[in-house]
Design a protein around this ligand. Structure first.
Ligand code: ADP
Ligand code: MG
Length: 365
C-alpha cells in the first residue's frame, strides 16, 4: 500500500512538532525516518498510524484519504521501542490478541499464530511468558503480534533501541528479509544512521519538524543536501573557509563553487570526509586511492599529531600549517602500516572531494 503525506503540520501548544511535511512512500518500500531526538519522527509515525491527528494536511493510502480514520480502520501494525507485551499473557496469546479482538475462528487463530511463531523463529516458545524471553525475543514477539492482523503498513518506532548492539544488528538484517518476504510498506524510525543506512531503501532525514533530505542511503551519504545532514551523518572534518567569484578557498586550496559567482567574499563551511583525503609523506608516496572525481586542485602541508587504529581503519590526526584545528585522515589499516607515519612527521594532504555550504538563516555558522 502506498502512503501519501500531504502538507502535515502539528503543534503541541505553541511548539511546532511538524511543519508542513509532505512525503510519498511507494508500495513495498522500507523507509527510514532518521533524525535527532525531538525532530518529530514519532509524531509523524503516530499520525501515519492514526494514533495522532494533524492540525492541517492529509494522509492518503493508495489514493484514499484516511486522515480521519482511527488506527483500527487503517490496517497498520506497529512496534515500539518498549515491547509493550501483555505480561500476564503467554507469547501465544500476545500474538493472538489482534485476531481475537477481530473474533477470528479458533482454528484460524491457532494456525496463524503458529505460522507467525515460525516466521519470527520462536517455534515452541508459545507457552512462555514475556519475562521468560530475552530482549531480542520479546521484540520478535512484538513484531509477530503486529503482523498477525496482516497489516498493509508496518510502522516501527526505534524497535531495537533498547537492545544491545549485536542483537540489534541481527534483528535489523532479519527485519529486512521479513519485509521483503511479506511485501509490505514499512516505515522505520531511528536516530541511528548506521541502522537507517543498512536497512532502508530510502532515508528521510528530519530536523525541527521538517524534512531536510530524502533519498537512497547512497544519495544521502554521497550528496548531503544541507550542512545539517552533513553534520548529522558525522565523521567529518569541518572548517571555516570563504567563497567568492565562483570559488571557495580553504587553506589556499581553490574549490569550484559556481553557485556563488559574486565578487563579495562570504564565509563558508568546508566539509571534508576523512576517507576522501589522500596523505603522503612530504615528497613521498601517496596513501589511499586516487579518486576520479573532479575534486579540488591542490594540497596542503601538515604535521602528524598521532595515529590511532579502529578495526580495519587507521586514523591519522594532523594539524595543517597555520590551523588551530585538527584534520583527520582515514586509511585502510594495511596502508597505514606500510606508510608507517610517525608523530611530528611532515605530510602533504590532498582532498579528493570537498563539500562547501554557505551559511543560511536556518543554519548559522
Ligand atoms: P522524535 O521522535 O523525533 O524524538 P517526537 O515526535 O517524539 O520527536 O517529538 C517532537 C517534539 O514534540 C518534541 O519536542 C516533543 O517534546 C514534542 N511532543 C511530542 N509529543 C508531545 C505531546 N503529546 N505533548 C507535548 N509535546 C509533545
Ligand atoms: Mg521518537
Amino acid at each position: 500500500m502506498s502512503i501519501h503525506i500531504r502538507g502535515i503540520s502539528k503543534s503541541f501548544g505553541s511548539f511546532r512538532a511538524l511543519d508542513d511535511v509532505s512525503l510519498e512512500i511507494p508500495h513495498g518500500t522500507l523507509l527510514a525516518l532518521l533524525g535527532p531526538s525531538g525532530s518529530g519522527k514519532t509524531t509523524l509515525l503516530r499520525i501515519i498510524a492514526g494514533l495522532e491527528w494533524p492540525d492541517s494536511g492529509r494522509i492518503e493510502e493508495d489514493g484514499t484519504d484516511v486522515t480521519d480514520r482511527h488506527a483500527r480502520q487503517r490496517e497498520v501494525g506497529f512496534v515500539f521501542q518498549h515491547y509493550a507485551l501483555f505480561r500476564h499473557m503467554t507469547v501465544f496469546e500476545n500474538i493472538a490478541f489482534g485476531l481475537r479482538v477481530r473474533k477470528a475462528p479458533k482454528q484460524e487463530v491457532e494456525a496463524k499464530v503458529n505460522e507467525l511463531l515460525h516466521l519470527v523463529r520462536l517455534d515452541g516458545l508459545g507457552g512462555r511468558k514475556p519475562a521468560q524471553l530475552s530482549g531480542g525475543q520479546r521484540q520478535r514477539v512484538a513484531l509477530a503480534r503486529a503482523l498477525a492482523i496482516r497489516p498493509k503498513i508496518l510502522l516501527l518506532d526505534e524497535p531495537f533501541g533498547a537492545l544491545d548492539a549485536k542483537v540489534r544488528v541481527e534483528l535489523r538484517q532479519w527485519l529486512r528479509r521479513l519485509h521483503d518476504e511479506i511485501g509490505m510498506t514499512s516505515v522505520f524510525v531511528t536516530h541511528d544512521q548506521e541502522e537507517a543506512f543498512e536497512l532502508a531503501d530510502e532515508v528521510v532525514v528530519m530536523n525541527h519538524g521538517q524534512i531536510e533530505q530524502r533519498g537512497t542511503p547512497d544519495e544521502v551519504f554521497e550528496h548531503p543536501a544541507t550542512p545539517f545532514v552533513m553534520d548529522f551523518l558525522g565523521n567529518v572534518n569541518v572548517f571555516h573557509g570563504r567563497v567568492e567569484k565562483g570559488r571557495a578557498f580553504w587553506h589556499g586550496i581553490p574549490i569550484e563553487y559556481p553557485d556563488y559567482p559574486h565578487d563579495q567574499a562570504r564565509p563558508a563551511r568546508v566539509y571534508l570526509r576523512p576517507h576522501e583525503l589522500d596523505i603522503a609523506r612530504s615528497n613521498g608516496h601517496a596513501g589511499g586511492s586516487s579518486g576520479t572525481d573532479s575534486g579540488p586542485n591542490g594540497s596542503l602541508s601538515a604535521s602528524v599529531l598521532r595515529i590511532s587504529r579502529n578495526g580495519a581503519i587507521a586514523r591519522i590526526s594532523c594539524r595543517p600549517d597555520g590551523a588551530d584545528s585538527e584534520l583527520h585522515v582515514d586509511l585502510p589499516a594495511e596502508s597505514a602500516r606500510e606508510l608507517a607515519f610517525q608523530p611530528g612527521e611532515r605530510v602533504t594532504i590532498t582532498p579528493r572531494k570537498v563539500r562547501v555550504f554557505l551559511p543560511d538563516p536556518e543554519y548559522v555558522i
